[in-house]
Design a protein around this ligand. Structure first.
Ligand SMILES: Nc1ncnc2c1ncn2[C@@H]1O[C@H](COP(=O)(O)OP(=O)(O)OP(=O)(O)O)[C@@H](O)[C@H]1O
Ligand SMILES: [Mg+2]
Length: 240
């Protein structure tokens, strides 16, 4: 119901945003210009809130498969390092700890986890600092994904509200990023641990189920990752 409404809000919002931008490009007085800029910024903010809410309330299909998580995190970090959130004072390092880093995971959900947690880490370090993303195997049946920053940290009250939707304190945030990460960990049958020291930094750890490694191209198996599914008659009612 709420998700349906959020979805419906998008079209009129896009229309308002478009109109305001057209007005902004026309000949307007110096007094009106800042008002138009506020309108543009605020429609963008509303758009972000709606997008985040839809991601939270109406996630796409969950598709878990064996994933080499350290590689996926490094690949995501390469994009993230180019994002406007980052500044030259920030560093993001992905490291591979001991043990197998193969997890049974949904690749898109894991990319989302990276963006949400890395985005938070950068916001918590406005003066710059290092974010260390570490992936390691634990006990043979779990994979640990950790995001450790050198930011302002959280006190007990902030920690208590960390996963609560709409309870964020970052400017321009909708307070949904951590709630989405929590939901994603649950979908995987995993969990999230948060530790923080005010003034020193925070560490967010996801514990995910491990998976057997898949054969990779170049290891003598012709890159065959998994046999194709056997052809089977389309189920009744299926079709495009
Ligand atoms: N790494 C961190 N260091 C310090 N505080 C954090 C950190 N990550 C999250 N927080 C605190 O937890 C709150 C909730 O985080 P969350 O990601 O859910 O929301 P947000 O970042 O404010 O908004 P959104 O993610 O929807 O843009 C933040 O607003 C901030 O107060
Ligand atoms: Mg966030």
């Amino acid at each position: 119901m709420a998700a349906g409404m959020a979805h419906e809000l998008r079209n009129p919002l896009a229309a308002i945003s478009g109109c305001v931008q057209v007005i902004g490009r026309g000949p307007i007085g110096a007094e009106q210009r800042p008002l138009v800029e506020v309108a543009v910024q605020e429609t963008e903010r509303l758009n972000r809130i709606i997008r985040d809410f839809l991601q939270y309330a109406r996630p796409g299909p969950f598709q878990a498969a064996p994933v080499e998580l350290a590689g996926l995190m490094e690949e995501t970090a390469r994009l993230f390092r180019k994002s406007p959130d980052m500044s030259p004072r920030h560093r993001v390092v992905v490291t591979r700890g001991p043990g197998s880093t193969w997890a049974r995971a949904d690749r898109d959900r894991m990319r989302q986890v990276f963006w949400n947690l890395a985005g938070n880490a950068i916001k918590a370090m406005p003066e710059g600092g290092l974010l260390t993303v570490q992936v390691s195997g634990e006990g043979g049946d779990r994979v640990l994904l950790s995001f450790a920053d050198e930011g302002h940290g959280m006190d007990t009250d902030a920690l208590r509200r960390y996963f609560q939707p709409f309870e964020g304190t970052f400017r321009e945030g909708s307070g949904l990023g951590a709630a989405i990460v929590y939901r994603i960990a649950e979908e995987h049958g995993g969990r999230v641990r948060v530790t923080s020291r005010p003034g020193r930094g925070s560490e967010i750890q996801l514990v995910l189920p491990a998976a057997p490694p898949l054969a990779e191209p170049g290891d003598g198996q012709d890159g065959a990752v998994a046999p194709p599914p056997l052809a089977s008659p389309a189920p009744a009612g299926a079709g495009s």
